[in-house]
Design a protein around this ligand. Structure first.
Ligand code: ZN
Length: 479
């Protein structure tokens, strides 16, 4: 079945048709490593992960590159102004920009692991690609598409007619929205920096192009250099968050295509912003969560992953505590179903006559159809839960249980949000209805409704289980 994806550039659904049949190249704008990764960042990174997993599931050989921006990303990135984010963090903390970059890069990799991200094949650091950026800048200067003023190099937007084709932004809008003083060095307010000279900047290099001054690269040129290095001048899919579309991706297109004279990317994909409690996440509103914050509240990486992927990437996703609790219950429901199937397959339960191969094939087909339709994860989860319902009603034969379990392995391979196949003997898992009561009891305690919390605790106790409150969250144990 063809995979159809929404291309932000053409604003339409397009069939994935790789440049090289059978192989798909993907580039994802990665983290800027100046602070702890937050859940909004990870909505976009998990979307990229699910995309890769599904494309692989469909038989393609994928090569995935995600960069680490450790220099050059300015604090006002929508207008290319302000201070380098790493330098700003350094000034605030008194630590070196290099220290900060390495610390948060390590933390990012840790989060990837906790959220079950299949690691990209290459995760290059911008600071390791200065010579490659230099070669592109040199060529753009030679062509007259870039110019140098006082050691700063700018891309001349007026020389690239396609500028604005991705974001639809036009000159007037940019001028009207400018929040900083006009930069006199620029020939055109839209021009953006490829190289900046500044002797106070901690991360600085001799100019990697002819006739330049010591300095550091602009953010946009990094992605062009790293993408070209690993994947060649043209790639199949490029992703990012919707806030990357302008100016970052617009600038990537301009400088890359001016350099190669070829179409840079076939399909541009952008994940929508994450909302938290119905509004944009921000430190000042107190609804800003890092990945570590959520894990410290006692939720697992799997539960956070489920919460962040459950809505199709182009739809608004509202992140709430209730959503996390629902994720916990949903994962438990799938795992209990799988465990029962394991016991039937292994002859530990009285085997029935239901052959689940037909329903499994149907669930697989439905899953493929909705994932092929622009990665509709919400519909894919609906297909999984319909199948859970069928399995729970069945008295499966050993072969039937086996077929059903194979389908669950495939769903897990693509979504990665349920966990490994349960062991047949893990009987100390509390039933789903009690897990739900535990969640309700936690909610009651949070809202200081002690009477309800106590009632739910008693009901759980009456069923032979007790609540163990641990720093990692409450769990149920056999009483
Ligand atoms: Zn990028």
């Amino acid at each position: 079945m063809p995979i159809r994806l929404y291309n932000s550039l053409t604003r339409s659904l397009e069939e994935l048709q790789p440049l090289v049949p059978g192989k798909v190249t993907m580039y994802h704008c990665g983290p800027t490593v100046y602070s702890s990764p937050h859940i909004g960042n990870f909505r976009s990174f998990l979307f990229a992960d699910v995309l890769r997993r599904f494309v692989e599931d469909q038989g393609y050989q994928v090569t995935q590159v995600m960069n680490v921006t450790d220099v050059g990303h300015l604090t006002l990135d929508d207008i290319e102004g302000g201070e380098d984010k790493l330098e700003a963090a350094s000034r605030k903390t008194g630590r070196t920009a290099w220290d900060i970059a390495r610390q948060y890069e390590a933390e990012f990799h840790e989060c990837q692991q906790k959220l079950m991200v299949r690691l990209p094949h290459h995760m290059p650091r911008a600071t390791d690609f200065i010579p490659q950026m230099g070669r592109i800048i040199d060529d753009l200067l030679q062509q007259g598409v870039a110019y140098q003023v006082n050691g700063n190099v700018y891309f001349a937007v007026a020389r690239f007619p396609g500028y604005g084709k991705l974001s639809g932004k036009v000159l007037d809008e940019l001028e009207a929205g400018a929040r900083v003083a006009v930069n006199d060095e620029k020939q055109d307010p839209r021009d953006f920096a490829l190289w900046k000279t500044d002797d106070k900047h901690q991360m600085q290099w001799d100019a990697p192009f002819r006739g330049g001054a010591r300095g550091f690269p602009g953010w946009h040129i990094e992605c062009s250099a790293m993408s070209m290095h690993y994947l060649g001048p043209q790639i199949d899919i490029h992703t990012g968050g919707e806030d990357n579309m302008f100016p970052h991706h617009e600038c990537e297109i301009a400088q890359t295509e001016a350099h190669t004279h070829r179409r840079f990317v076939s399909i541009w994909m952008h994940a929508r912003h994450l909302l938290v409690d119905g509004t944009k996440m921000s430190k000042s509103l107190g609804n800003f969560y890092t990945v570590a914050d959520i894990l410290q509240q006692g939720y697992t990486g799997l539960e956070l992953r489920y919460t962040l992927i459950r809505v199709q990437y182009r739809q608004s996703l509202n992140f709430t505590q209730k959503g996390l609790d629902e994720a916990r219950a949903a994962i438990a429901r799938v795992q209990q179903c799988r465990q029962r199937l394991v016991r039937h397959r292994d002859g530990l339960e009285r085997v029935g006559g239901d052959d689940l191969a037909g329903p499994a094939a149907q669930a697989n087909a439905q899953f493929t159809a909705v994932m092929s339709d622009d990665l509709n994860v919400s519909e894919a989860l609906a297909a999984v839960f319909d199948f859970v319902g069928v399995c729970n009603k069945a008295q499966p034969s050993a072969a039937g249980a086996s077929a059903a379990l194979a389908a669950f392995l495939r769903f897990e391979d693509v979504l990665g949000c349920f966990g490994p196949e349960p062991k047949p003997d893990a009987t100390n898992e509390a039933p789903a209805d009690l897990q739900l009561k535990l969640l309700a009891r936690n909610g009651a305690r949070r809202s200081k409704d002690w009477a309800t919390a106590d009632r739910l605790r008693d009901e759980i106790a009456a069923a032979g289980w007790k609540i163990v409150d641990a720093p990692t969250g409450a769990r149920l144990e056999k009483a």
